[in-house]
Design a protein around this ligand. Structure first.
Ligand SMILES: Nc1ncnc2c1ncn2[C@@H]1O[C@H](COP(=O)(O)OP(=O)(O)OP(=O)(O)O)[C@@H](O)[C@H]1O
Length: 271
């Protein structure tokens, strides 16, 4: 369980995140959605301990974050950030092996097993021996996703719920790998291995994969609820200041699109 009470963040007198409560106590796929600069990455950094809140408290499984050692916390939550450079010439294999660094007690046999499994499932074989920094943007994202998954793997019992924080993980991925990553993250939740808390911009993919959505605007969480409650087209249109409509296909699939310019949204004299 993660419980954040009235957490906020400010810097040099500028309030970047207004006080917010956030609790998650079951396996769920949570998407943090909102316009650029809304405070999404800031919230994810605070919740994953990548940044210290200016006020409020955060606890994991009832224990305040301040009381956790990094070594211990790393086994329960992993954070994939937006920037993918690594300040050294490590190979992809070394980057992945580093994720197992906090499991010295785990037998090498399990480390090898889990590494082979994730490398195969994410199709990373072909660049294992390449220098990480020479990979393309999308390839780096796939390796980083593998790294955070490896970080959370432990032998035996799955309990307690683990937390996978992903900040814009779809950046640079082609459409195949966007879907594969989201399916993998969804399976992580459905297999009861943990919760996924992800910042993303694609509202259609958000609707397809999320259980719960936190909608942010101007440093505030303006809605937090089930995906179908939050992703009301009127609310989304107001938040993004662009007219969006929800379409239901014949097979029942729901998707969103921008109301076309043939509507009265734009001044046609400018076209
Ligand atoms: N350390 C900082 N110092 C000053 N301003 C900051 C700092 N961190 C974030 N900000 C500002 O706070 C706002 C929120 O930033 P944040 O990265 O959380 O937004 P975001 O919703 O993730 O945006 P995007 O969708 O563009 O990635 C932005 O205007 C950003 O410039």
């Amino acid at each position: 369980m993660i419980e954040a009470k009235q957490i906020s963040f400010g810097v040099k007198g500028k309030q970047i995140l207004q006080p917010v409560d956030f609790t998650t106590d079951k396996e769920e796929f949570v998407v943090i959605l909102g316009p650029n600069g809304a405070g999404k990455s800031t919230l994810v950094k605070l919740l994953s301990s990548g940044l210290k809140q200016s006020s409020g408290t955060i606890s994991y499984y009832g224990k305040d974050l301040n009381e956790w050692t990094l070594d211990n916390l790393s086994k329960y939550r992993a954070y994939m950030h937006q920037e993918s450079m690594i300040a050294s010439n490590f190979t992809v294999r070394e980057v992945l092996e580093m994720a197992r660094y906090r499991y010295p007690e785990t037998k090498n046999q399990f480390n090898k097993f889990i590494m082979d499994k994730i490398v195969t499932e994410l199709n990373l074989h072909s660049f294992l021996e390449m220098e990480f920094n020479f990979l393309s943007g999308g390839e780096k994202q796939r390796v980083q996703f593998g790294r955070v998954l490896l970080q959370l793997e432990s032998e035996g019992e799955i309990q307690p719920i683990k937390y996978l924080f992903l900040d814009e993980p779809l950046n640079n991925l082609d459409v195949r790998y966007q879907i594969e990553l989201l399916k993998y993250a969804r399976k992580f939740v459905d297999d009861k291995r943990g919760s996924v808390i992800v910042v993303m911009h694609d509202i259609n993919l958000c609707y397809q994969y999320a259980d719960r959505v936190l909608l942010m605007q101007k440093g505030k969480v303006i809605m937090d609820g089930r995906v179908d409650e939050v992703m009301n087209p009127q609310i989304l249109s107001e938040t993004y200041q662009i007219e969006l409509e929800q379409i239901q296909a014949l097979d029942g699939e729901v998707f969103y699109r921008h109301v076309s310019y043939s509507s009265n949204l734009l001044d046609k004299s400018q076209l």
